[in-house]
Structure formats: C-alpha cells, structure tokens
Design a binder for this molecule. Structure first.
Ligand code: GLN
Length: 292
C-alpha cells in the first residue's frame, strides 16, 4: 500500500498529524484531536509529548504509518482511543481495556484520590464491588499496600481483564465472581474497613443523550439499569454494607449525578450518614457514608 492510498501526504509526523486534525477536528475539536495524537505517538512510537513537539519533521516507517491509518479510520467510527491503543491510565496505573470492561473515567479517579487523600483512617481490608477492569481495586492497593484487597464482578470476562491488570501493575488482589444483585450475595464475605463501588447506574431513558463512543463500545452490562429501579445496586450494596462494614468503616460509591439526593435518601434509610461529593465539573458524582 502506498502513502496515497493511506491519504497521508508523506511519512512525516507533521503531515500525519496534520491529516488527523484536518479530518477529525470537525468531529471532536482540535484539543481532543491533539490529545489523541499524543496518545497514539506514545503507543505506536514510544514518543513522549516533548519529542512530539520537537521532532515533527521525522519520518516513520510504513508499518507504523499503517497503524496511524487504521487509528484514523477507527476514530472516524468513534471507536474510543482507549480501545485503539488497548489501555488507559488511571491514578498512575496503566489499565488494559477492551469491550469487556468499562473504560475507567476521570471522575472515578477523583473518588479514588479523595479516598487515598487522607479520608480512610484505617485500610485493613477493602472490598471493591462491580470492579470491571479492576482499576479502583488496583489503584487503592497501590495506595494502601498492606490492605487486603478483594474485588468482585459478575462478568468472568471482566475478571480475566482485571486479573491481568492487577498482575501487570504488581498488585495482589483477590478476585471473586459474584452477583451483587443475587439474593445469596454476601454469604462468603467478611468485614471491611472500606467498601467501594462504581456500579451500573445509567437509566435506559438516558441512552438518547449518550455519545456513540460510549453506546457502541462500553459494555451495556456495566452501564445500564432499568428506568423503574435505577438504584437497585445501591440498595443491594447498602444492605450488604450494613452487615459487612466494620466499626468506623467507610462506604464510597460513584453515583448517577441526576440521582444524588435519591441515593443519599436510600442510604440514609439503610442506616448510613451519607455525604454527597461533586467532581471537577461541579457534578454530583460520588457519595461517602458511615454507619449511623
Ligand atoms: N460514568 C459512566 C458514564 O457516564 C457510567 C458508569 C457507570 O454506570 N457506573 O458513562
């Protein structure tokens, strides 16, 4: 395949990135396209941001050019950049992602940073429910290396990804297959100083407002809950935590920003004193709670 077929004017970085901006800026905006370019140059060429700024006249070989070509095609189709390169960064950990797990989000990082920033006095044993890629469990285990970390998911495919992520990040996490919503959930668990979760919370009725890169590529199992019972996971986790949270234990849950008050009310009725937290965009994003 020659460079004409690939639409690129040359194998020069400047021309390659120029075409990305030309074709994708109208779709994504130039700031986001610049971020894609940085991520792709790191993933495909091992270049950091400084090298990208200073060595734009360098040329790359044809096989690398082909990878940029396919990335451009994928981005036209709204394939998430994290799926194109196969990973994302979460609280300093490199996390493998694929369609079997939800792509870790920056708002979830904020919740983890809040927990690690002096808000968990004692990290004896930690339980992460609906772990997905394992990002929360892995980041917390790195912050609290002596804590005993358990992480649960209903998807075996997600658990396989999470296990690989734990190993790749040198963290020891015990993964368990379990369904938080099942009537028997809880039988095999002990007591924890922190129970944390980012469970599914997007209502079916919210689908219309979601972008193609989320709807087509993130696993529906990790996202959606029925319109008539959007807090089902919070109810199950609340009841479980009443029994399995130790004295002075902390419950931390990412929430649907539209259901902040309802989630707090539910936790209140379940015997907790909840606090609502907002993320960097000023949106209600997670709840921390202690037992009454
Ligand atoms: N924050 C995710 C989103 O907006 C949803 C995550 C979840 O349902 N737990 O797509």
């Amino acid at each position: 395949m020659n460079t004409r077929n690939l639409r690129f004017r040359s194998n020069r970085i400047r021309d390659i990135l120029g075409l990305f901006h030309e074709e994708l800026d109208p779709l994504y905006g130039s700031g986001e396209v610049a971020a894609f370019c940085e991520i792709l140059c790191e993933a495909f060429l091992g270049w950091d941001r400084v090298r990208l700024l200073t060595e734009k006249e360098k040329t790359i070989d044809q096989s690398d050019l082909l990878r940029f070509h396919w990335a451009l095609e994928d981005l036209h189709r709204h394939r998430p950049i994290q799926h194109i390169v196969g990973y994302t960064d979460f609280c300093g950990c490199r996390i493998e992602v694929c369609p079997d797990v939800l792509i870790p989000r920056p708002e979830t990082e904020e919740m983890v940073r809040w927990i690690t920033g002096g808000n968990l006095p004692e990290a004896g044993s930690i339980l992460d429910l609906c772990t997905g890629s394992g990002c929360i469990a892995i980041a917390l285990k790195q912050a609290f290396p002596r804590a005993e970390m358990t992480a649960v998911d209903v998807s075996d495919r997600a658990l396989a990804v999470a296990q690989r992520n734990a190993t790749a990040n040198g963290t020891e996490v015990e993964f368990q297959h379990a369904d938080v919503l099942s009537a028997r959930f809880g039988e095999d668990f002990g007591r924890y100083s922190l129970i944390v979760s980012n469970p599914p919370y997007v209502r079916e009725c919210e689908k219309a407002r979601m972008s193609a890169n989320v709807l087509d590529y993130d696993p529906a199992l990790a996202l959606f809950v029925p319109d008539d019972d959007p807090l089902r996971f919070y109810r199950a986790i609340g009841i479980f935590a009443q029994e399995h949270l130790g004295e002075n234990g902390l419950l931390a849950l990412e929430i649907n920003e539209a259901l902040g008050d309802e989630t707090c009310e539910l936790l209140h009725r379940t015997g907790f004193s909840p606090t609502l937290h907002t993320d960097f965009r000023g949106r209600k994003r997670w709840v921390s709670a202690h037992k009454d």
